[in-house]
Ligand binder design. Structure first.
Ligand SMILES: Cc1cc2nc3c(=O)[nH]c(=O)nc-3n(C[C@H](O)[C@H](O)[C@H](O)COP(=O)(O)O)c2cc1C
Length: 182
């Protein structure tokens, strides 16, 4: 197997104005970049301006670019927020727009919400199974009540740092191992 560094995308799952996901994604990237074990990048689904699946002829350039981006990555960290006990419609739509490029890769989840986004994260795990993405066990859960000031400014508790690093250990290990199948 090659010793090249893996490419891991930190995928922002929300697109609304005023969203919190960029703060959380930057925090994950800051921790990840200190490890020097993979190439980490923020992947913002908003940048791809994806239409709602099935409502256009599918020729928007963002659709092909989104597929190419997912294809170029070895693994993922999904920054997931809870919308009505599930993932956002924007994230589900983005997941649905890609098929084979997801396969045989690994993913971790960092979620937030009133109960740490746990219900959304569990829904995402079911979807990832269908897409043949191996989701790792360690899952940092951030509380809107205690990890954000006024539900706006991200001030994560210290305890999450260890979980993020352990989650990244698992994502890297499985993304590397699954390379043999890709
Ligand atoms: C349509 C909608 C539904 C929501 N439903 C839930 C929910 O079921 N559980 C929860 O914990 N938070 C819920 N929230 C709060 C969001 O988790 C919170 O606003 C979070 O910041 C959204 O992520 P974002 O800021 O990245 O868009 C909901 C927010 C919206 C906009």
């Amino acid at each position: 197997m090659s010793n090249e560094k893996l490419n891991i995308g930190i995928i922002l799952g929300s697109t609304r104005d005023g969203r919190l996901s960029p703060q959380v994604g930057q925090w994950v990237k800051g921790i990840a970049d200190q490890r020097d074990d993979a190439n980490y990048e923020i992947v913002d689904i908003k940048d791809y301006e994806l239409p709602l699946l099935g409502t256009t002829d599918g020729t928007e350039p963002g659709i092909a670019k989104w597929n190419e981006k997912v294809d170029s990555l070895d693994g993922f960290v999904f920054v997931v927020q809870e919308y009505n006990h599930s993932i956002s419609a924007a994230l589900k739509n983005a997941l649905d727009f890609v098929r084979e490029p997801w396969n045989n890769k690994a993913a971790g989840i960092v979620s937030y919400g009133s109960t740490g986004g746990a219900r959304a994260a569990e829904h995402l795990r079911g979807i990832l199974g269908e897409l043949m993405v191996a989701d790792v066990r360690v899952h940092p859960t951030l509380s809107l009540f205690t990890d954000f000031e006024n539900f706006q400014t991200f001030k994560p508790a210290e305890l999450h740092l260890e979980n993020v690093n352990e989650m990244l250990n698992q994502v890297n290990a499985w993304s590397g191992a699954l390379k043999t199948l890709r």
